[in-house]
Design a protein around this ligand. Structure first.
Ligand code: H79
Length: 486
């Protein structure tokens, strides 16, 4: 009898342990994720297929460009208002000088298109509260500057004309609104002011969607304040309202918290919003870190400068080669890569950024087939670079680290059906469509099959793409295929 009881007890214990390991946390949440798993609609699919985007940080911070009174601010230029050496009143009057005479939305859009960007994110309002559109709800906007015209409107039109989708960046932090605060309001007066701030925020978001009917997404920032986190139920309602206003609207994970103040991923581990927005100036090392979600990586060219800082000598500045690698790496892990530009106070894109845009554009012109519409490939990553894949049959190998012997080795995955074998039907270089020779490179002791692709040394120095058209065939058919000598 005793043994039976112990047996049953062990059974229950084992069962409960098993349940813990296979099941994720599952607690009822009123304001958790609205969905588990990625969105499947066309608007999201289009977003997913963009591959490369452009971010633009532009506002009155571009006027000081990281300097005030002969001194240099070493922080991010768009944060200069928070620097104690810059009087707040001086900053808050900068808009009176904002008159970017060289601004030409069409030129920016053309440059973005030539770079290969498929979507663009523009700062409608950063933490300082200055609005690049003529908002009805505050006087602190482009309408009050000598420039006067609606910059967001100009940009949306110009980028759309180049076939580029626009997403609106919006900071919840607003240092210009008197009701804004970071810590939760306590007194009745504070609470009333914060309610006003919330309504103001809602009004502005509705206004933006109404003014720019082609905008495809909202990219939120400055949502980490405890005051905002505590508004989770209200923000959830607002998100639902915005989505109802614009079917297909794409919103990332940085807008609202869940019932317990969890951000990005709710208390059950499910993504809040349509894509993971945690990859800011940072990139996952491998796809396993990503929980199968959509994501974007927003990246600066210097270390941490988003708005215009005139002195880039203070930081490391990324090279086109590194940025191209980041684009390919992001797409190889199902992400979009979004590169930031910070135009100056006159509306010029600085020469360093123009140079980088041209270099990336030149590469994209030849190789973008390996980027747009591509996703992660099940082929095991090798040290020469990254795989991207389109559908089941087209594999792109972007080679960054050219082996000195000119042989790019691939490890062929085993087919699920063990009567089948993976063959390479066609292999060619993307740049000139010339055929590439694929040789059998034998098996390892585990039975894994390898191929070597002959890559002439002349192609080294710049990342290049080899396309493999692959197919699963029955083992007896394999001799019909030149590449399948295994
Ligand atoms: O717009 C660009 C930056 O100005 C903005 N996001 C990009 C796209 C940005 N603002 N702040 N940060 C980036 C860094 C945020 C740091 C944080 Fe914190 C650390 C947020 C929460 C912890 C610092 C400490 C700010 C609040 C507490």
């Amino acid at each position: 009898m005793k043994n039976i009881i112990i047996f049953i007890f062990c059974g229950i214990l084992l069962g409960s342990l098993q349940a813990q390991t296979v099941k994720r946390a599952s607690m009822p949440l009123e304001h958790g994720a609205h969905r588990t798993g990625p969105r499947t609609d066309d608007a999201m699919q289009k977003w997913r297929e963009n591959g490369l985007g452009q971010f633009i940080h532009w506002g009155v911070y571009a006027i000081p460009g990281g300097h005030w009174n002969g001194e240099t601010y070493r922080g991010a230029a768009e944060w200069i208002r928070s620097w104690n050496k810059m009087p707040k009143a001086d900053y808050d009057n900068l808009y009176k000088q904002f008159n970017p005479k060289s601004f030409n939305a069409k030129q920016w859009a053309k440059q973005a298109r030539d770079m290969g960007a498929r979507y663009m994110i523009i700062t409608t309002k950063h933490h300082d509260g200055f609005c690049l559109w003529p908002s009805r709800y505050t006087g602190y906007t482009i309408a009050a500057t000598p420039y006067g015209k609606d910059i967001i409107g100009e940009l949306v039109d110009a980028y759309n004309a180049e076939g580029i989708d626009v997403t609106l960046y919006f900071s919840i932090i607003d240092w210009n609104h008197k009701g804004y605060r970071s810590s939760p309001p306590k007194t009745d007066g504070e609470k009333a002011a914060y309610e006003e701030f919330k309504q103001f925020t809602r009004n502005q978001l509705i206004e933006l969607l109404a003014n720019y009917p082609t905008a495809k997404g909202l990219w939120f920032d400055g949502t980490w304040d405890e005051a905002w986190i505590q508004q989770a139920p209200w923000v959830d309602e607002l998100e639902t309202e915005l989505r109802a206003m614009r079917p297909g609207l794409v919103i990332g994970s940085r807008f609202r918290a869940d019932d317990h103040g969890k951000r990005h991923y709710d208390s059950n581990g499910d993504l809040l919003g349509d894509y993971d927005q945690t990859w800011e100036r940072n990139m996952p090392g491998k796809i396993e870190e990503l929980n199968g979600v959509d994501w974007d990586c927003v990246m600066t060219i210097p270390e941490n400068q988003w708005g215009y800082h005139s002195d880039w000598s203070l930081t490391y500045v990324k090279k086109p080669y590194e940025l191209i690698e980041m684009i390919v790496k992001a797409v190889s892990m199902n992400g979009n890569f979004v590169l930031n530009f910070g135009p100056d106070g006159n509306g010029n894109i600085r020469p360093e950024e123009t140079h980088i845009a041209k270099e990336i554009g030149a590469w994209m012109k030849v190789n973008s087939e390996a980027i747009y519409g591509c996703k992660n490939s099940p082929w095991e990553k090798q040290d020469w670079g990254y795989y991207t894949q389109k559908g089941d049959n087209k594999l792109y190998l972007t080679v960054f680290n050219q082996p000195l012997n000119g042989q790019v080795r691939v490890k062929v995955p085993k087919c699920k059906d063990d009567q089948k074998v993976m063959i390479v039907e066609k292999a060619y270089f993307l740049a000139d469509r010339k055929a590439a020779t694929v040789k059998n490179a034998g098996r390892d002791k585990y039975g894994n099959i390898y191929y070597d692709i002959d890559s002439p040394a002349v192609k080294s120095g710049s990342p290049y793409v080899v396309v493999l058209e692959i197919k699963e065939v029955n083992k007896e058919e394999r001799d019909n295929y030149q590449q399948a000598i295994i």
